[in-house]
Design a protein around this ligand. Structure first.
Ligand code: CMP
Length: 140
């Protein structure tokens, strides 16, 4: 059965370019409920840990550098079938391939600076949520 929660980060490019409010509005309008949220910044060490699964990829260094380059907004979102529904809302990793109306199509700059992250499975949603939030910071 599909889970009800997913994890997201509004990435440094989108925060820097003033898109935080518009992106949160798109998320809420699509029916997601915010159950946890944090405005924070990743150290290079923390960004490296978060993206450890991509360690062997050629873009890993760029990704870690970029994700620690400025503030981000991390959040846990709730909706039926949350992971799949959210990935549909944000669109393809490469904004040029993302469908019209998706968050990445509207706000992303490039495949690296692609505005927003969305978990790719229920398991990763739980792992990524725990990376940023303690149980006391999640509001049912
Ligand atoms: P995200 O969904 O957060 O998870 C992994 C990230 O790696 C992805 O978004 C992109 O920002 C980044 N990424 C994926 N492919 C590339 C690439 N070819 N070059 C640079 N960054 C990439």
């Amino acid at each position: 059965m599909s889970g009800k929660r997913t994890f997201t980060m509004i990435k440094p490019d989108a925060v820097q370019n003033g898109h935080t409010g518009a992106i949160l509005n798109d998320i809420i309008t699509d029916g997601f409920r915010v159950v946890a949220m944090k405005y924070t910044r990743l150290t290079p060490e923390k960004a490296g840990e978060f993206y450890a699964v991509h360690r062997e990829r050629p873009f890993y260094r760029e990704l870690v550098e970029y994700m620690s380059s400025g503030p981000i907004v991390a959040a846990i979102l709730e909706k039926e079938n949350a992971v799949e529904s959210f990935r549909k809302l944000i669109g393809a990793t490469d904004p040029q391939k993302a469908e019209e109306g998706t968050i990445r199509r509207k706000y992303a700059q490039s495949i690296a600076a692609n505005a927003i992250h969305g978990s790719d499975s229920d398991e990763n949603a739980a792992i990524e949520s725990a990376f940023f939030f303690s149980k006391l910071e999640i509001f049912e």
